[in-house]
Ligand binder design. Structure first.
Ligand code: PSV
Ligand code: MN
Ligand code: MN
Length: 399
């Protein structure tokens, strides 16, 4: 193939990949957040669902790639289905739809010793009630995914029965699964530690996979990239979950140490590229339903800017992974031509796709440089001014 021909085919691959790549943004990424040591309030942060939808709509207008916004039930839908009408109006107003529904099983005082794995049947019933209400909200909003993360666990050996708690989780999640309708899915998220520091009830992908397989066909595993021990081969987990048809989706963020929730690709973009490569290597049928979502909290960076950066970075890394000549790679792998295989792989990673992504944006009528456009639009200055007046001392309910 000529040099031009090769360039053309790379561009085709990239444009085709960008046309289908969508990544959900979290409502809580626009709210004031902090660390357990305190919160630094940003005037431009959103403090209501109206402001979160406005910000999400703006990110989608700039990137064209984030048409849905993840909602956390307690923070965004506190009145349950009674809030649905208001949310539908916001969807229309801002041109973004509700995405995954995230029940909150970690903030109520009742959950001190766990939610769905709490030894108390009473507390488990409360947790199930909240999960069933979340299913109802999802149904009323017409969304597909319910993302479940539980902070359940214990801080000291011997203080809880790890095995009995497994059975309790199976029961509650089974009852939740039974309440879902055809178009709904349960995504079960795992995390090795924090806030529990000795054992966490759903600590890794094996535990999440067991629960998903146990409770029913609509349950899948959710991989949050920040929820692994340092050095874990996340792309291998992804490959396995794809192989057993259990990969439901991702919470993307980056980390240096633990669940740092930094912007995607800010520390290790190669990690994200490797994950995308595994997905793009799998049969299309296994990857169709994968939910790409961002789960980040920006306590120092501007929230709008960080969200645009994240979506743009995700697009660029997806495009880079889409460029890999997988047929050629398979031959090199089969013939164990290690250096050539590695170089082919690295070549895509090191290719600067930004000019091609820019050309795609222009061709699709999107801003060529979304971050610059955000600055030029004055949106952040405006919301900072407006919101500062109203919310000088407000902090979000995000903990
Ligand atoms: C927990 O660390 C988590 O990743 C879960 O997905 C929660 O829903 C989210 O963070 C809250 O920010
Ligand atoms: Mn998460
Ligand atoms: Mn997390």
């Amino acid at each position: 193939m000529t040099k031009n021909g090769a360039t053309q085919s790379k561009q085709d691959k990239i444009w085709e990949a960008l046309d289908r790549f969508r990544i959900e943004i979290p409502s809580w990424g626009f709210a004031n957040t902090g660390t357990r040591f305190g919160k630094f309030v940003q005037h431009a942060a959103a403090t209501s669902i109206e402001e979160k939808f406005a910000d999400a709509g703006e990110v989608n207008r700039l990137t064209g790639a984030s048409p849905t916004v993840a909602l956390h039930v307690l923070w965004d839908v506190p009145n349950g289905t009674a809030d649905v009408e208001k949310i539908r109006a916001l969807e229309k107003q801002h041109g973004v739809k509700s995405g995954s529904i995230n029940p909150n099983l970690f903030q109520s005082q009742e959950y001190k010793f766990g939610s769905i794995a709490n030894p108390s049947a009473e507390v488990r019933k409360v947790a199930l009630g909240h999960l069933l209400e979340s299913v109802e909200i999802g149904r009323a909003l017409g969304t597909r995914d319910l993302s479940i993360w539980v902070s359940d666990g214990s801080n000291y050996p011997g203080t809880q029965s790890i095995s009995r708690r497994i059975g309790w989780m199976e029961e509650v999640l089974g009852a939740m699964h039974a309440a879902t309708s055809e178009g709904q899915r349960l995504l079960i998220e795992y995390k090795p530690f924090e806030p529990a520091f000795y054992h966490t009830d759903i600590a890794d992908w094996g535990m999440a996979l067991h629960l998903a397989q146990k409770v029913g066909p609509r349950a899948k595993v959710l991989v949050d990239t920040g929820h692994h021990y340092p050095g874990t081969n996340i792309e291998q987990i992804v490959a396995w979950l794809l192989y057993v048809d259990a990969l439901g989706g991702f919470h993307f963020n980056d980390r240096k140490y633990a669940d740092d929730d930094l912007t995607l690709g800010s520390i290790d973009p190669y990690q994200v590229f490797r994950i995308f490569h595994e997905i793009l290597s799998a049969p299309a049928a296994a990857t169709e339903g994968i939910a790409y979502m961002i789960d980040q909290s920006h306590n120092l960076k501007g929230k709008m800017e960080a969200m645009v950066q994240s979506v743009v970075t995700a697009q660029e890394l997806f495009a880079r992974a889409a460029m890999i000549d997988r047929e050629a790679l398979t031959v090199l792998q089969d013939e164990c031509r290690l250096i050539e295989a590695e170089e082919l792989f690295r070549d895509s990673f090191w290719t600067d796709v930004r000019p091609m992504v820019r050309a795609w944006r222009e061709a699709r009528g999107l801003p060529a440089d979304p971050l610059q456009q955000l600055r030029d639009s004055g949106y952040v200055d405006r919301i900072a001014r407006e919101r500062a007046q109203r919310n000088r001392s407000a902090v979000s309910s995000y903990a």
